[in-house]
Write a protein that binds this ligand. Structure first.
Ligand SMILES: Cc1cc2nc3c(=O)[nH]c(=O)nc-3n(C[C@H](O)[C@H](O)[C@H](O)COP(=O)(O)OP(=O)(O)OC[C@H]3O[C@@H](n4cnc5c(N)ncnc54)[C@H](O)[C@@H]3O)c2cc1C
Length: 465
């Protein structure tokens, strides 16, 4: 454990000890109105896509032989492609959207929409093949052969659809569970290729584009802008931030059974805009690790020139951090997450964490103003699992708050509809922040809802994406 329970970082020189630790700058405030506008624009885009598709074909087409099927093919194709664009935007980490919805919120939306574009695009291929076959009075397989060999870009688009189908299958929870996360993630990246190779056939053959130069330009700009946003926020910004702050590992410190803190040092961390409760995706540039980025919350606010994350070993990457060498360079993506003080709506806050979930709670707590009188519930099976608890107690004391450490089995130390009002009598005046393993977070959210706490004052960060 570090000398002072509140401060952290590499062992301090006498001169350091005298200096008041500087704090990094806070992340910009979330702007729900702006995110709301983005949602509105997405809805308007869907409406415009529908309108353009419906008006691009003459009504007489519907009564023509094969006309209805072909029309359905165009409609499913355009809507499916538009939703695929939205899917990409949801995971392109656009900061003002991410700050409001959080990465987990955007991923939940991404997963909820996912079956639609893939199913609609499969229907698009089927309807068009059947429609053209009916028009040509030919067999469906024969017509499929014609489409693949004689229509420009249809073969590549079909490969794109096959890739999307594969990614759809491996993303089904039952299948995904059987894959290593890295394997799933690497295959998932192929979605960008699938979309890129499918783009051409849309503007070359689509009835909404053939003979409609304006629609073609607008659609191409929309896709180019989306590609630009992905390059900018998934690659450009992380690279620029990593180069600016040049983080390296300064020290690895044991915190408890299977838990270590990694203290990093870097430049200009006073300019790193991050709020307590947020996380980064960390890429440790060393053998066996450089190709994977994993999310870990900050376990304290930045203390320039130091940053700290605290990690519990649950698999190869998290376990590997215990033996990472000082001097190892680190690339960061982020900060991400809406689990911050900005989300608070009520005068007071209740912070609940289980096990390693204490990391996000501890940095969020440090960001709460003095005198904010937070209530903190720390849940652990064993006393030794209450890592960072000395620091948490100190921070709670400085904020005139209350802390309950609930140690034991789920039955012995339950946080449920009976114990929660007893532990937190003024629950109705508090926002509820909960962090930790997925199952724990879900159970606390469920309990809070059953106790009448509205969703807008329940904030959660589950340590699984
Ligand atoms: C927002 C957020 C903040 C987190 N903060 C912390 C923290 O402060 N301290 C801490 O110890 N853990 C934290 N985690 C959990 C941590 O990311 C995983 O434990 C770690 O990535 C596991 O990787 P692994 O290779 O060691 O284990 P694996 O065996 O690969 O995976 C173990 C579990 O972790 C999940 N996981 C693996 N890789 C990732 C990934 N890249 N992204 C998301 N989930 C993954 C898997 O779904 C699996 O359920 C956080 C997770 C999230 C989503």
């Amino acid at each position: 454990m570090s000398a002072s329970p509140v401060a952290f970082g590499a062992p301090k020189s006498p001169a350091d000890r005298k200096r008041k630790p500087a704090r990094g700058s806070a992340a910009p405030r979330p702007r729900p109105a702006l995110a709301g506008l983005a949602l509105l624009a997405a809805g308007a885009g869907l409406g415009a896509t529908l309108a353009v598709t419906i008006t691009s074909e003459p009504a007489s087409q519907l009564s023509a032989r094969g006309g209805l099927l072909t029309y359905a093919g165009s409609l499913t194709g355009m809507i499916g492609t538009y939703l695929a664009l939205i899917m990409v935007l949801l995971v392109s980490r656009i900061p003002f959207v991410e700050r409001v919805a959080g990465q987990d919120g955007l991923l939940r939306l991404h997963r909820a929409i996912a079956p639609w574009p893939i199913s609609l695009l499969a229907a698009h291929a089927l309807f068009l093949t059947l429609g053209y076959a009916e028009t040509a009075r030919a067999g469906a397989w024969h017509e499929a052969g014609i489409l693949l060999t004689r229509y420009p870009d249809v073969l590549t688009a079909t490969l794109g659809l096959a890739l999307m189908g594969l990614i759809g299958i491996i993303s089904v929870r039952a299948v995904r569970r059987r894959l290593r996360r890295e394997t799933w993630w690497l295959i998932h990246l192929w979605m960008y290729l699938a979309l890129a190779i499918s783009f051409a056939h849309v503007i070359v053959l689509g009835p909404a584009f053939v003979g409609h130069p304006l629609t073609r330009v607008v659609w191409s700009v929309a896709w180019a802008a989306t590609a630009g946003l992905v390059l900018c926020y998934r690659f450009g910004l992380p690279a620029a931030r990593s180069l600016r702050h040049r983080l390296t590992v300064a020290e690895v410190r044991a915190e408890g059974p299977g838990v270590v803190s990694v203290i990093c040092t870097g430049r200009r961390l006073d300019r790193l805009a991050v709020s307590g409760g947020q996380f980064f995706c960390w890429r440790f540039l060393t053998r066996g690790m450089w190709w994977q980025a994993h999310p870990y919350s900050l376990s304290a606010l930045p203390q320039p020139p130091y940053l700290r994350l605290t990690v519990k070993a649950v698999g190869d990457h998290s376990a590997g951090l215990a033996s990472i060498r000082p001097g190892t360079r680190i690339a960061i993506e982020g900060p991400y997450g809406a689990f911050t003080r900005y989300a608070q709506r009520r005068p007071r806050a209740l912070l609940v964490a289980a096990g390693i979930g204490v990391t996000a709670l501890r940095s969020l707590l440090e960001d709460l103003p003095r005198g904010s009188a937070p209530v903190v519930l720390l849940r652990a099976s064993q006393p030794a699992d209450l890592v960072l608890s000395t620091e948490v107690r100190e921070l709670v004391k400085h904020r005139r708050g209350t802390i309950h450490e609930l140690v034991g089995s789920r039955e012995e130390a339950a946080i449920d509809e009976t114990s929660l009002p007893r532990l937190v009598p003024d629950l109705a005046q508090r926002d509820v922040y909960v962090c930790g393993p997925e199952g724990f977070v879900a159970s606390i959210v469920d309990t809070a809802r059953k106790l009448g706490i509205p969703d807008e004052v329940i904030h959660h960060e589950a340590f699984a994406l």
